[in-house]
Ligand binder design. Structure first.
Ligand SMILES: Nc1ncnc2c1ncn2[C@@H]1O[C@H](COP(=O)(O)OP(=O)(O)OP(=O)(O)O)[C@@H](O)[C@H]1O
Length: 360
């Protein structure tokens, strides 16, 4: 038996796709024979091009869907559904608007049957842990985006899962809030010793947070390479993001991702002729140039972020409360094929607009 806390063992996941206006019915292979181990207590970050199957991977580990073949194992046992041993934090906070911060953190504890007094203690402890000790009685609409995400993290930690699954949790936040939440997350991880699996579009975020970074191929997703990050103690160095080691890892991951991003972007527009802008470059080249400069180029260190400067994604994905990721349930509890089609339809014009903005 492996010593891994989590093991994706030759996992394949396909989704049936209904016939649409422009396509016949078929199947999408999101993950193909993917194998990845996560060590106990490890902070593992997964990065990859848009649509390569990152969220599918996390959903499988969360027990929100099942592999088509292969196995997802936690402590050597197959995952058969959601469980309190795994807490999930999505990009959208998914807080209950009618409950205060404390009420939201208490939610999972109530479901677990934790007695009232113990619950109050755990709620207070975890709100303190995320720096929200003074905000227990605030409702979600009275909290900033960063505070809401802190509440979501506190809620997931409060029922003491072994593994924290995080699907682009900071992608919707501004850069400053994101930086401080990254620091807090590292501190929380060091204090709690949880195993963390963190999905991101951001290379800098991956390098800053991860002990190891797993780089995925374009769809169908596999693990292209796993990079050991040697930055030492984040808290001990004044500005880790400016260090040579940070730049080295950033460049290493960017190089691995470059070809995958190209492949993913051309797959999104199979029928379209490449548009050549005034620069003489194709849109994907312009996107890479604009959003992911050569990592060691001057003045851009620390700049590769999800969002506008996102090198490998096309924007936020919707997230649903912990009961299931998707609002649509037509196929396998994930996004409906109709929504997936619509995503693909939107992607090409967006890319073209970016090119126009750049060269126009
Ligand atoms: N329920 C579903 N039905 C059909 N196709 C799906 C479903 N869920 C995901 N897919 C497809 O599987 C592939 C992987 O999707 P997934 O959301 O896991 O990618 P991702 O890497 O997380 O993307 P992004 O970075 O853009 O969020 C995509 O092509 C997506 O359209």
């Amino acid at each position: 038996m492996s010593d891994d806390k989590v093991l994706f063992d030759r996992v394949t996941k396909t989704f049936p796709v209904r016939a649409g206006r422009r396509a016949s019915a078929g199947a999408v292979t999101a993950l193909d024979q993917l194998t990845l181990g996560v060590r106990p207590g490890e902070f593992l970050v997964v990065v990859g091009p848009s649509g390569c199957g990152k969220s599918t991977l996390l959903d499988l580990l969360g027990g929100l869907s099942r592999p088509t073949s292969g196995e997802v194992l936690v402590d050597g046992r197959p995952v058969t559904g959601p469980g309190l041993d795994r807490g999930i934090v999505f990009q959208q906070y998914a807080l209950l608007p009618w409950r205060t911060a404390a009420g939201n953190v208490a939610f999972g504890l109530e479901a677990k049957g934790v007695p009232r007094a113990e619950r109050a203690e755990l709620v207070a402890h975890h709100l303190d842990l995320v720096g929200l000790g003074g905000f227990a009685e605030r409702y979600p609409h009275e909290l900033s985006g960063g505070m809401k995400q802190r509440v979501a993290i506190a809620r997931s930690l409060a029922y003491d899962p072994d593994i924290l699954l995080m699907d682009e949790p900071f992608a919707a936040l501004d850069a400053q809030t994101r930086d401080s939440l990254q620091d807090e997350l590292v501190r929380i991880w060091q204090r709690t010793g949880k195993t963390i699996v963190f999905i991101t579009h951001g290379i800098d975020e991956a390098v800053y947070l991860g002990q190891r970074v797993a780089v995925m191929t374009s769809r169908p997703g596999r693990i292209k390479q796993v990079i050991e990050i040697g930055l030492g103690d984040r808290g001990a160095t004044e500005d880790v993001r400016s260090s040579d080691a940070f730049r080295h890892h950033r460049h290493e991951i960017w190089t691995l991702l470059r070809d995958e991003v190209r492949a993913a972007q051309s797959a999104e527009r199979p029928a379209a002729r490449p548009t050549v802008g005034r620069s003489g470059r194709t849109p994907w080249r312009a996107l890479l140039d604009r959003s992911t400069p050569a990592p060691d180029s001057p003045g851009r260190s620390g700049d590769t972020r999800p969002g506008p400067a996102d090198p490998v994604g096309v924007g936020p994905r919707a997230a649903a409360p912990e009961a299931g990721r998707s609002a649509g349930t037509a196929v396998d509890g994930g996004r409906t094929p109709a929504v997936a089609d619509a995503d693909a339809d939107r992607a090409a014009p967006a890319a073209t607009r970016t090119e126009e903005a750049r060269v126009g």
